[in-house]
Design a protein around this ligand. Sequence first.
Ligand code: HEC
Ligand code: HEC
Length: 178
Amino acid sequence: MERTGSGINWKNLALLTLGVAGTLFWIAQAPASDDAVFPMPSGRLYAAECGGCHTAYAPGFLPARSWRRMMNELADHFGEDVSLPEPERLAILKDLELLAADNPQASQRMRRIAASIPANAAPQRISETAFFRFMHDEVPNHFWRRKKIGSKANCGACHIRADQGRYGEREVRIPPAD
Ligand code: HEC
Ligand code: HEC
């Protein structure tokens, strides 16, 4: 990855905000990359039920309405039936809402993610949000197809502590070509 001499990526200074009208804003003063830590649900339920097939995604990457929609459609989750008993489903939904990008206690970074998602949209893929694309536009397309990566959704392939909600620059290791 291209870095400036000081190791500060210019992207850490700003996040792309994509307005409903397609207006682009640059917002300065994002925290340093080491603050790219997102809160994760406590306890083992979330990791056990939502971290077995892929990275246990930090709830702070999507607004609560996205998670509500997802948790209402578990019988057809990207082609998989991942239905849960109602108590587990409700417990996970509660955690997701509590830590979602638009929760009242969200960090600045999470609030910017929330602001970049149009109010009438409830995206189901983190990897297709404007925020994600902006943060990864320096990653060459063929990287995503490397065997040990395979998909943009495979956060943990490169963000080695993604399951703990840690996405800081210093904890990125891109697997080498096959
Ligand atoms: C049986 C396996 C399985 C389980 C269990 C599962 N998922 Fe998924 N999930 C998938 C598949 C397959 C995809 C699509 C991945 C891809 O395109 O690479 C996916 C994608 C996602 C995405 C979008 C990733 C992106 O592209 O940004 C989110 C968010 C997600 N899952 C959340 C959850 C949550 C929350 C739970 C727990 C309720 C859960 N998943 C449980 C299989 C699973
Ligand atoms: C091909 C490896 C790769 C995959 C897979 C990947 N990323 Fe990244 N990600 C990177 C790189 C490289 C950067 C830029 C690091 C830098 O220089 O700051 C980055 C940056 C980020 C940042 C910004 C961190 C900061 O310092 O502000 C976030 C947040 C992030 N990624 C989240 C995700 C999420 C969520 C997923 C999965 C849905 C994901 N990434 C998948 C390689 C990857």
